[in-house]
Design a protein around this ligand. Structure first.
Ligand SMILES: Nc1nc2c(ncn2[C@@H]2O[C@H](COP(=O)(O)OP(=O)(O)OP(=O)(O)O)[C@@H](O)[C@H]2O)c(=O)[nH]1
Length: 349
Protein backbone atom coordinates (compact mmCIF):
# COMPACT_ATOMS: atom_id res chain seq x y z
CA UNK A 1 0.00 0.00 0.00
CA UNK A 2 1.41 3.43 -0.92
CA UNK A 3 2.46 5.61 1.99
CA UNK A 4 0.49 8.82 2.49
CA UNK A 5 2.79 11.80 1.95
CA UNK A 6 2.80 14.15 4.93
CA UNK A 7 4.15 17.68 4.90
CA UNK A 8 5.35 19.12 8.17
CA UNK A 9 4.86 22.89 8.32
CA UNK A 10 6.95 24.54 10.96
CA UNK A 11 7.89 28.15 11.72
CA UNK A 12 7.92 30.49 14.70
CA UNK A 13 4.76 31.99 16.24
CA UNK A 14 2.90 34.03 13.69
CA UNK A 15 5.19 33.27 10.74
CA UNK A 16 2.17 32.50 8.58
CA UNK A 17 1.69 28.72 8.85
CA UNK A 18 -2.12 28.81 9.06
CA UNK A 19 -2.25 31.37 6.25
CA UNK A 20 -0.13 29.14 4.00
CA UNK A 21 -2.22 26.06 4.82
CA UNK A 22 -5.42 27.93 4.13
CA UNK A 23 -4.06 28.94 0.74
CA UNK A 24 -3.08 25.30 0.06
CA UNK A 25 -6.58 24.12 0.95
CA UNK A 26 -8.11 26.73 -1.34
CA UNK A 27 -5.87 25.67 -4.22
CA UNK A 28 -5.83 21.93 -3.63
CA UNK A 29 -7.17 21.28 -7.13
CA UNK A 30 -9.45 18.47 -5.99
CA UNK A 31 -6.75 16.71 -3.98
CA UNK A 32 -8.11 15.40 -0.65
CA UNK A 33 -6.01 17.06 2.04
CA UNK A 34 -6.25 16.59 5.79
CA UNK A 35 -4.69 18.96 8.31
CA UNK A 36 -3.40 18.22 11.79
CA UNK A 37 -3.10 21.51 13.69
CA UNK A 38 -1.13 21.82 16.88
CA UNK A 39 -1.08 24.76 19.25
CA UNK A 40 0.99 25.63 22.27
CA UNK A 41 -1.95 26.79 24.38
CA UNK A 42 -4.99 24.81 25.47
CA UNK A 43 -7.36 26.82 23.32
CA UNK A 44 -7.21 26.00 19.62
CA UNK A 45 -7.57 29.07 17.45
CA UNK A 46 -5.95 27.90 14.22
CA UNK A 47 -8.40 25.01 13.72
CA UNK A 48 -11.25 27.47 14.27
CA UNK A 49 -9.78 29.85 11.71
CA UNK A 50 -9.35 27.10 9.11
CA UNK A 51 -12.90 25.86 9.68
CA UNK A 52 -14.23 29.41 9.71
CA UNK A 53 -12.94 30.15 6.23
CA UNK A 54 -15.58 27.97 4.62
CA UNK A 55 -13.59 26.03 2.03
CA UNK A 56 -16.14 23.70 0.47
CA UNK A 57 -13.84 20.78 -0.24
CA UNK A 58 -12.57 20.75 3.31
CA UNK A 59 -14.91 19.15 5.84
CA UNK A 60 -14.64 19.49 9.62
CA UNK A 61 -13.30 15.91 9.77
CA UNK A 62 -10.37 16.93 7.62
CA UNK A 63 -9.09 19.36 10.25
CA UNK A 64 -7.89 17.74 13.44
CA UNK A 65 -6.76 19.84 16.36
CA UNK A 66 -4.14 18.77 18.87
CA UNK A 67 -4.35 21.28 21.66
CA UNK A 68 -2.87 19.31 24.54
CA UNK A 69 0.48 20.99 24.45
CA UNK A 70 3.27 21.21 21.99
CA UNK A 71 3.28 18.41 19.43
CA UNK A 72 6.95 17.59 19.88
CA UNK A 73 6.26 16.63 23.51
CA UNK A 74 3.03 14.68 22.96
CA UNK A 75 3.99 12.53 19.99
CA UNK A 76 3.03 9.18 21.50
CA UNK A 77 -0.12 10.33 23.27
CA UNK A 78 -1.66 12.59 20.68
CA UNK A 79 0.09 12.68 17.36
CA UNK A 80 0.46 8.98 16.58
CA UNK A 81 -3.16 8.06 17.48
CA UNK A 82 -4.36 10.98 15.36
CA UNK A 83 -2.28 9.86 12.39
CA UNK A 84 -3.60 6.32 12.77
CA UNK A 85 -7.16 7.55 12.72
CA UNK A 86 -6.57 9.53 9.55
CA UNK A 87 -4.75 6.67 7.86
CA UNK A 88 -7.40 4.12 8.85
CA UNK A 89 -10.30 6.14 7.49
CA UNK A 90 -12.41 4.39 4.88
CA UNK A 91 -11.56 7.28 2.60
CA UNK A 92 -8.06 8.29 3.73
CA UNK A 93 -6.62 11.65 2.70
CA UNK A 94 -4.28 11.80 -0.28
CA UNK A 95 -1.93 14.13 1.53
CA UNK A 96 -1.64 15.18 5.18
CA UNK A 97 -0.42 18.58 6.36
CA UNK A 98 0.85 18.93 9.91
CA UNK A 99 0.98 22.45 11.29
CA UNK A 100 3.24 22.41 14.31
CA UNK A 101 2.94 24.94 17.08
CA UNK A 102 5.27 27.89 16.61
CA UNK A 103 7.30 26.64 19.57
CA UNK A 104 7.72 23.05 18.41
CA UNK A 105 11.00 21.39 17.61
CA UNK A 106 10.33 19.69 14.28
CA UNK A 107 12.83 16.86 14.62
CA UNK A 108 10.96 14.75 17.23
CA UNK A 109 7.93 14.94 14.99
CA UNK A 110 9.84 13.72 11.94
CA UNK A 111 11.27 10.96 14.10
CA UNK A 112 7.72 9.85 14.94
CA UNK A 113 7.40 8.66 11.34
CA UNK A 114 9.92 5.90 12.12
CA UNK A 115 7.60 4.46 14.78
CA UNK A 116 5.91 1.18 13.84
CA UNK A 117 2.43 2.77 14.13
CA UNK A 118 2.94 4.91 11.05
CA UNK A 119 6.13 3.98 9.23
CA UNK A 120 4.51 1.59 6.80
CA UNK A 121 1.60 3.88 6.01
CA UNK A 122 2.92 7.45 5.98
CA UNK A 123 6.10 9.27 5.06
CA UNK A 124 7.35 12.81 5.54
CA UNK A 125 7.11 14.31 2.07
CA UNK A 126 9.10 17.29 3.30
CA UNK A 127 9.62 19.72 6.15
CA UNK A 128 8.72 23.31 5.33
CA UNK A 129 9.91 26.14 7.57
CA UNK A 130 8.02 29.40 7.32
CA UNK A 131 10.10 32.41 8.23
CA UNK A 132 8.64 35.78 9.16
CA UNK A 133 11.00 38.00 7.17
CA UNK A 134 9.73 41.07 9.00
CA UNK A 135 10.57 39.58 12.41
CA UNK A 136 14.04 38.54 11.21
CA UNK A 137 14.64 42.08 9.92
CA UNK A 138 13.59 43.46 13.32
CA UNK A 139 16.26 41.30 14.97
CA UNK A 140 13.81 39.13 16.88
CA UNK A 141 15.91 35.98 16.46
CA UNK A 142 19.31 37.56 16.87
CA UNK A 143 21.13 37.78 20.15
CA UNK A 144 22.73 40.68 21.88
CA UNK A 145 26.43 39.78 21.77
CA UNK A 146 27.33 41.61 24.99
CA UNK A 147 24.43 40.15 26.97
CA UNK A 148 25.29 36.66 25.73
CA UNK A 149 28.91 37.02 26.75
CA UNK A 150 27.86 38.07 30.19
CA UNK A 151 25.37 35.20 30.53
CA UNK A 152 28.03 32.70 29.43
CA UNK A 153 30.46 34.01 32.02
CA UNK A 154 27.81 33.35 34.66
CA UNK A 155 26.88 29.94 33.26
CA UNK A 156 29.49 28.12 31.20
CA UNK A 157 27.01 25.40 30.21
CA UNK A 158 24.80 27.83 28.34
CA UNK A 159 24.53 26.25 24.90
CA UNK A 160 22.13 28.52 23.15
CA UNK A 161 21.60 32.18 22.84
CA UNK A 162 17.96 33.03 23.40
CA UNK A 163 14.90 30.76 23.31
CA UNK A 164 13.75 32.49 20.13
CA UNK A 165 17.10 32.10 18.46
CA UNK A 166 17.27 28.44 19.37
CA UNK A 167 13.86 27.73 17.83
CA UNK A 168 14.77 29.69 14.71
CA UNK A 169 17.89 27.56 14.28
CA UNK A 170 16.11 24.26 15.08
CA UNK A 171 13.35 24.90 12.59
CA UNK A 172 15.73 25.95 9.81
CA UNK A 173 18.13 23.08 10.47
CA UNK A 174 15.33 20.56 9.91
CA UNK A 175 13.79 22.11 6.79
CA UNK A 176 13.88 20.85 3.22
CA UNK A 177 12.18 23.98 1.96
CA UNK A 178 12.30 27.41 3.55
CA UNK A 179 9.54 29.86 2.71
CA UNK A 180 10.64 33.41 3.44
CA UNK A 181 7.20 34.88 4.09
CA UNK A 182 5.88 38.44 4.59
CA UNK A 183 8.10 39.79 1.84
CA UNK A 184 5.40 42.43 1.24
CA UNK A 185 6.54 44.18 4.43
CA UNK A 186 10.18 44.73 3.45
CA UNK A 187 12.10 46.48 0.72
CA UNK A 188 14.56 44.68 -1.56
CA UNK A 189 17.66 45.87 0.27
CA UNK A 190 16.51 44.58 3.66
CA UNK A 191 15.41 41.32 2.03
CA UNK A 192 18.96 40.65 0.85
CA UNK A 193 20.21 40.94 4.45
CA UNK A 194 17.37 38.80 5.82
CA UNK A 195 17.87 36.09 3.22
CA UNK A 196 21.60 35.89 4.00
CA UNK A 197 20.85 35.53 7.71
CA UNK A 198 18.35 32.75 7.03
CA UNK A 199 20.57 30.90 4.56
CA UNK A 200 23.37 30.79 7.12
CA UNK A 201 21.25 28.40 9.21
CA UNK A 202 19.87 26.16 6.45
CA UNK A 203 20.97 22.60 5.82
CA UNK A 204 23.00 22.01 2.68
CA UNK A 205 20.71 21.32 -0.26
CA UNK A 206 17.62 22.92 1.26
CA UNK A 207 15.74 25.31 -1.03
CA UNK A 208 14.52 28.82 -0.27
CA UNK A 209 11.63 30.66 -1.87
CA UNK A 210 10.01 34.04 -1.17
CA UNK A 211 6.30 34.49 -0.49
CA UNK A 212 3.71 36.98 0.62
CA UNK A 213 0.61 35.88 2.54
CA UNK A 214 1.72 32.26 2.21
CA UNK A 215 0.73 32.19 -1.44
CA UNK A 216 2.86 29.49 -3.02
CA UNK A 217 1.92 27.14 -5.85
CA UNK A 218 0.91 23.82 -4.23
CA UNK A 219 3.11 22.07 -6.81
CA UNK A 220 6.13 23.71 -5.15
CA UNK A 221 5.13 22.79 -1.60
CA UNK A 222 3.72 19.30 -2.03
CA UNK A 223 5.40 16.30 -3.61
CA UNK A 224 8.94 17.03 -2.44
CA UNK A 225 9.29 13.25 -1.93
CA UNK A 226 12.10 13.58 0.59
CA UNK A 227 11.17 10.83 3.12
CA UNK A 228 12.72 13.00 5.82
CA UNK A 229 12.34 10.27 8.44
CA UNK A 230 15.09 8.31 6.65
CA UNK A 231 17.42 11.26 6.79
CA UNK A 232 17.37 12.35 10.44
CA UNK A 233 21.14 12.54 10.81
CA UNK A 234 21.43 15.46 8.42
CA UNK A 235 19.03 17.51 10.57
CA UNK A 236 21.06 18.69 13.55
CA UNK A 237 19.29 19.71 16.75
CA UNK A 238 20.43 21.29 20.00
CA UNK A 239 18.68 18.35 21.65
CA UNK A 240 20.46 15.53 19.81
CA UNK A 241 21.71 12.90 22.21
CA UNK A 242 19.44 14.22 24.92
CA UNK A 243 16.11 12.83 25.87
CA UNK A 244 13.62 13.93 23.21
CA UNK A 245 11.49 15.44 25.91
CA UNK A 246 12.25 19.07 26.21
CA UNK A 247 10.03 21.50 27.98
CA UNK A 248 8.69 24.83 26.99
CA UNK A 249 9.71 26.57 30.16
CA UNK A 250 10.94 29.53 28.19
CA UNK A 251 7.41 30.51 27.17
CA UNK A 252 4.12 31.18 28.85
CA UNK A 253 0.56 31.16 27.53
CA UNK A 254 -2.80 32.11 28.97
CA UNK A 255 -6.26 33.11 27.82
CA UNK A 256 -8.08 36.36 28.53
CA UNK A 257 -11.86 36.43 28.07
CA UNK A 258 -14.24 39.33 27.78
CA UNK A 259 -17.57 40.52 26.54
CA UNK A 260 -18.78 42.18 23.37
CA UNK A 261 -16.73 45.16 22.33
CA UNK A 262 -17.86 48.23 20.44
CA UNK A 263 -14.98 49.06 18.14
CA UNK A 264 -12.27 46.85 16.63
CA UNK A 265 -10.11 49.95 16.02
CA UNK A 266 -10.22 51.06 19.65
CA UNK A 267 -9.57 47.50 20.79
CA UNK A 268 -6.52 47.25 18.50
CA UNK A 269 -5.15 50.54 19.82
CA UNK A 270 -5.52 49.44 23.41
CA UNK A 271 -3.98 46.03 22.77
CA UNK A 272 -1.06 47.62 20.90
CA UNK A 273 -0.10 49.39 24.11
CA UNK A 274 -0.19 46.19 26.17
CA UNK A 275 1.77 44.25 23.54
CA UNK A 276 4.54 46.83 23.45
CA UNK A 277 4.80 47.29 27.20
CA UNK A 278 4.93 43.57 27.96
CA UNK A 279 6.70 42.34 24.83
CA UNK A 280 3.90 39.93 23.96
CA UNK A 281 4.93 37.66 21.10
CA UNK A 282 1.53 36.53 19.92
CA UNK A 283 -2.14 37.30 20.50
CA UNK A 284 -4.91 35.56 18.67
CA UNK A 285 -8.52 34.71 19.10
CA UNK A 286 -12.14 35.48 18.49
CA UNK A 287 -13.87 38.71 19.48
CA UNK A 288 -17.59 39.53 19.67
CA UNK A 289 -18.46 42.98 18.31
CA UNK A 290 -21.74 44.62 19.32
CA UNK A 291 -24.28 44.62 16.53
CA UNK A 292 -22.15 42.49 14.18
CA UNK A 293 -23.49 39.12 13.09
CA UNK A 294 -20.01 37.67 12.43
CA UNK A 295 -17.04 36.84 14.66
CA UNK A 296 -14.06 39.11 14.55
CA UNK A 297 -10.73 37.27 14.30
CA UNK A 298 -7.91 39.17 15.94
CA UNK A 299 -4.27 38.36 15.23
CA UNK A 300 -1.19 40.08 16.56
CA UNK A 301 2.40 39.13 15.79
CA UNK A 302 4.64 41.37 17.84
CA UNK A 303 3.47 44.92 17.17
CA UNK A 304 1.41 44.12 14.05
CA UNK A 305 -2.32 43.65 14.65
CA UNK A 306 -4.82 42.41 12.10
CA UNK A 307 -8.58 42.00 12.44
CA UNK A 308 -11.21 40.62 10.08
CA UNK A 309 -14.71 39.16 10.30
CA UNK A 310 -15.12 35.48 9.47
CA UNK A 311 -18.19 33.30 9.88
CA UNK A 312 -21.46 34.41 11.54
CA UNK A 313 -22.03 33.51 15.17
CA UNK A 314 -24.21 30.42 15.34
CA UNK A 315 -27.60 30.33 17.03
CA UNK A 316 -27.04 29.53 20.68
CA UNK A 317 -23.30 30.20 20.51
CA UNK A 318 -22.19 32.50 23.34
CA UNK A 319 -21.02 35.85 21.98
CA UNK A 320 -17.89 36.09 24.08
CA UNK A 321 -14.39 37.27 23.26
CA UNK A 322 -11.40 35.06 23.94
CA UNK A 323 -7.78 35.89 23.20
CA UNK A 324 -4.79 33.59 23.61
CA UNK A 325 -1.63 35.34 24.79
CA UNK A 326 1.88 33.92 24.25
CA UNK A 327 4.98 35.58 25.64
CA UNK A 328 8.35 34.67 27.00
CA UNK A 329 8.43 33.30 30.54
CA UNK A 330 8.26 35.98 33.16
CA UNK A 331 5.54 37.97 31.43
CA UNK A 332 3.58 39.82 34.08
CA UNK A 333 0.30 37.95 33.72
CA UNK A 334 -1.22 39.78 36.69
CA UNK A 335 -0.68 43.09 34.93
CA UNK A 336 -1.55 41.98 31.39
CA UNK A 337 -4.84 40.24 32.22
CA UNK A 338 -6.76 43.19 33.71
CA UNK A 339 -5.51 45.54 30.99
CA UNK A 340 -6.78 43.17 28.32
CA UNK A 341 -10.03 42.54 30.15
CA UNK A 342 -10.58 46.25 30.27
CA UNK A 343 -9.96 46.47 26.52
CA UNK A 344 -12.42 43.65 25.92
CA UNK A 345 -15.21 45.42 27.76
CA UNK A 346 -14.82 49.11 27.69
CA UNK A 347 -13.87 50.07 24.17
CA UNK A 348 -16.94 52.28 23.90
CA UNK A 349 -16.26 54.08 27.15
N1 LIG B 1 1.77 41.36 5.90
C1 LIG B 1 1.73 40.02 5.95
N2 LIG B 1 1.04 39.41 6.92
C2 LIG B 1 0.99 38.07 6.91
C3 LIG B 1 1.65 37.29 5.93
N3 LIG B 1 1.43 35.97 6.20
C4 LIG B 1 0.67 35.94 7.31
N4 LIG B 1 0.41 37.19 7.75
C5 LIG B 1 -0.36 37.60 8.94
O1 LIG B 1 0.36 37.19 10.09
C6 LIG B 1 -0.53 36.81 11.14
C7 LIG B 1 -0.19 35.41 11.61
O2 LIG B 1 -0.45 34.50 10.56
P1 LIG B 1 -0.75 32.96 10.84
O3 LIG B 1 -0.90 32.30 9.52
O4 LIG B 1 -1.85 32.82 11.82
O5 LIG B 1 0.61 32.53 11.54
P2 LIG B 1 0.94 31.12 12.23
O6 LIG B 1 2.34 30.82 11.89
O7 LIG B 1 -0.08 30.11 11.86
O8 LIG B 1 0.78 31.52 13.77
P3 LIG B 1 0.89 30.52 15.05
O9 LIG B 1 0.08 29.30 14.72
O10 LIG B 1 0.30 31.30 16.18
O11 LIG B 1 2.30 30.22 15.28
C8 LIG B 1 -1.93 36.95 10.57
O12 LIG B 1 -2.44 38.21 10.93
C9 LIG B 1 -1.69 36.88 9.05
O13 LIG B 1 -2.69 37.54 8.30
C10 LIG B 1 2.38 37.98 4.91
O14 LIG B 1 3.01 37.39 4.03
N5 LIG B 1 2.37 39.34 4.97
Amino acid sequence: MAKIPTTVVTGFLGAGKTTLIRSLLENAGGRRLAVVVNEFGDVGVDGEILRGCGIETCSDDDIVELANGCICCTVADDFLPTMRKLIDRADPPEHILVETSGLALPKPLVKAFTWPEVRTRATVDGVIALIDADAVAAGRFAHDEAALDQARRADATLDHETPLEELFEEQLACADLVVLNKTDLLDAEVMVRVEAEVRAHMRPGAKLIHAAHGRVDPAVLLGLGVAAEDDLDSRPSHHDGADDDHDHDDFDTFVVSGEEIASPEVLSDQLAGVIAEHDILRLKGVVAVKGKPSRLILQAVGPRIQTYFDRPWRAGEARVSRLVVIAEKGVDRAAVTPRMQEALIATDA
